[in-house]
Design a protein around this ligand. Structure first.
Ligand SMILES: *Cc1c(COP(=O)(O)O)cnc(C)c1O
Length: 356
């Protein structure tokens, strides 16, 4: 039995007729950037997410960048976030000339530790950015600073609580486009208007630029595809949660002391099911030999990346994040995973630990 880490063909098969119709509709319309498909997607995503406004963007990275720009973040400002995330959370702030301040994570949830985040805030801090990593809700710090949520992995599970949330529709995310796509979710109508302006080079009206923005627009084809797939988001998250429950039951029955299971939370969207083991790399090779795909999110913490060397963090400065990078292993959990796959995966993990 082969268990791929992600199965794009299976992911698309269930929605293929609706996706084909959506693409044909855009081809017939002749409108390929922005337009009615994008506006309709924004309204439907807002309704599905229970927020006042959404602004569709060219990627999750650009959603983060546009939020930071709309908050006026720039040189001399500090943005406090987790070192255990995808690069874009921090990179988008650094691109604006802000200094990224990393605070350590909670050992249980692997999300930004709210107390550590507050302790890391100087008078120059302009935003705190928790990441709902793997779909597990991060506890938001109690602060008067704007809380920007990186919700790239938590759509369909974790509700908006901060000033704005950035979502990604990268093909493998909970709601996947057929390429790059993203959105900002917010209840702040003025912030949404500012981000909409920034999305088209700050032009209002066309060719009259009131501020400096960028091209953060979403293609109509992606919007149409996302509208077709949005109907299936709730059932896709339910499928992920069912796979997670199956993994938990199987691991409990196997009673492997060496495997640390991910923290559970009722809002957990289970974008990933990430176990922690000391012998991570040899277990990963063992599973690969048995046709089981796994991934490492993330092998290197952001505070030790070469591009952030001048921030001055050394090895050992954020020990919980550094230990997580050595131990995490993501198991297959996409919605189209065969029901028997989790038993096969756990069985092969058991043979790794029980054989001499
Ligand atoms: C995917 C992801 C992003 C960036 O999204 P893109 O659409 O790939 O630009 C940002 N943050 C996190 C945590 C992500 O997983």
């Amino acid at each position: 039995m082969k268990v791929p880490f992600f199965d794009m063909a299976a992911e698309l098969a269930s929605v293929r007729p609706a996706v084909d119709r959506a693409i044909a509709r855009v081809l017939d319309s002749g409108v390929f950037v922005g337009g009615a498909e994008v506006s309709a997607f924004e309204r439907e995503l807002a309704a599905a997410s229970g927020v006042a406004r959404t602004v569709a963007t060219s990627s999750g990275t650009d959603a983060l960048l546009a939020i930071y720009m709309a908050l006026g973040i720039g040189p001399g400002d500090e943005v406090v976030t987790t070192p255990f995330t995808f690069f874009a959370t921090a990179g988008s702030a650094a691109r604006l000339g802000a200094r990224v301040v990393f605070a350590d994570i909670d050992d249980d949830t692997l999300t930004l530790d709210p107390a550590a985040a507050l302790a890391a805030c100087s008078s120059r801090a302009r935003a705190i950015v928790p990441v709902h990593l793997f779909g597990h809700p991060a506890t938001l710090p109690r602060s008067s600073l704007p809380i920007v949520e990186d919700a790239a992995q938590s759509l369909g599970g974790v509700p908006l609580r901060g000033v704005a949330a950035a979502c990604s529709f990268f093909p493998t995310k909970n709601l996947g486009a057929l390429g790059d796509a993203g959105a900002v979710l917010t209840d702040d109508v003025e912030l949404a208007d500012r981000i909409t302006l920034l999305r088209t080079h700050g032009a209002q009206p066309k060719y009259h630029h009131v501020t400096i923005g960028g091209n953060f627009r979403l293609d109509a084809i992606q919007a149409a595809v996302l509208r077709a797939k949005l109907d299936h988001l709730a059932s896709a998250v339910a499928a992920r949660r069912a796979h997670a429950a199956a993994y938990r039951a199987l691991f409990a029955a196997a009673d492997l002391g060496a495997v640390r299971l991910p923290a559970h939370h009722p809002e957990h969207a289970y974008h990933q099911f990430v176990i922690r083991v000391r012998e991570r790399d040899s277990l990963r090779e063992h599973l690969a030999r048995h046709g089981i795909g796994t991934e490492i999110y993330y092998p290197e913490p952001l505070h030790l990346q070469p591009c952030f060397r001048e921030l001055g963090y050394g090895a050992g400065s954020l020990p919980i994040a550094e230990a997580a990078c050595r131990e995490v292993l993501a198991l297959p959990i996409h919605p189209a995973l065969a029901p028997s796959a989790s038993a096969h995966v756990v069985d092969k993990i058991v043979t790794f630990y029980r054989q001499p």
